[in-house]
Write a protein that binds this ligand. Sequence first.
Ligand SMILES: C[S@@+](CC[C@H](N)C(=O)[O-])C[C@H]1O[C@@H](n2cnc3c(N)ncnc32)[C@H](O)[C@@H]1O
Length: 318
Amino acid sequence: MADTSGSVPAIAGGVAALVAEAAARLDATGSGSPRLDAELLLGHVLGVDRIGVIAHPEAPVGAGARAQFAAEVARREAGEPVAYIRGFREFHGLAIATDPRALIPRPETELLVDAALAEVTARLAAPSRPAGAPAIRVADVGTGSGAIAIALLAALRARRMAEHVVVVAADVSADALQLARENAVGHGLADRLVFVEADLLPPVVDPRFAVVCANLPYVATAQLDGLARDLSFEPRTALDGGPDGLDLVRRLLDRLPDALTPDGVALLEIGADQGDAIVEAAAHQLPGWRCSVQADLAGLPRLARVGPRPGAAAGDRR
Ligand SMILES: C[S@@+](CC[C@H](N)C(=O)[O-])C[C@H]1O[C@@H](n2cnc3c(N)ncnc32)[C@H](O)[C@@H]1O
């Protein structure tokens, strides 16, 4: 008999059967990772991690959980990202809350967090840093969910260094900032963060930043419509980087002379095809400044380090 209740029919069976059927459905409806999606969603419904799902293929699943799983699989079939359905995404070892107010943090952005951590810890350990020096100031421009700022501070807290650092998390989106605040509170780091609604950075930066991190939108506008269906669920302001994808990055480069300390550096996530373009832009806009590009684990250009400016003394890290 046809289901006329409007609810999604439950999938039958125990764990392995549920995963197999859902994976087949998700494969047929365009997921690029159908089995992974099915395992993550079933784990979400059952309150276990993915390993718990894989380790117990014969476990029975109650009617309520099967109905909830069917509803979540239907959302995924419609293209909604797993991270929005589960409400969080693992990032740098943390569960970052995710919803349509902000971009879902991506694994490649962990490279930026690691680079920022290295910059900040080197400055804190520098022999030239006087005892009782003011907190090191870091900016996270385009903070979105707050993933970069929070992962950086959590890693510093694990090293008992967080109290020497303040992160200013800026975004043009009030909705994203609200999610970032919720994440900061959830991870017990709100006291180390200042949230600012701004176009890139506040008009005047004082005191300046030792490190500016930014994962700004860098997808070229013309490429946006051809991208994966899942991206249509994420805010366009988090993705659209203008005609060649670098509009916002170039505008941020213009802000660096006034925003960075004399030995300050900016760490900018870029697209895999933007390595040469960022080096050219930095040479043009910031003559004499250093600019290098680091590859991600896939060997693709991913992170530009811009600075220090000419004349900064080696080891003079504040
Ligand atoms: C690619 S998302 C990155 C989000 C987060 N930092 C991450 O790595 O997951 C880019 C973010 O930049 C923000 N953004 C876009 N234009 C901006 C601007 N002019 N000033 C500040 N933030 C901006 C978007 O709202 C979005 O949150």
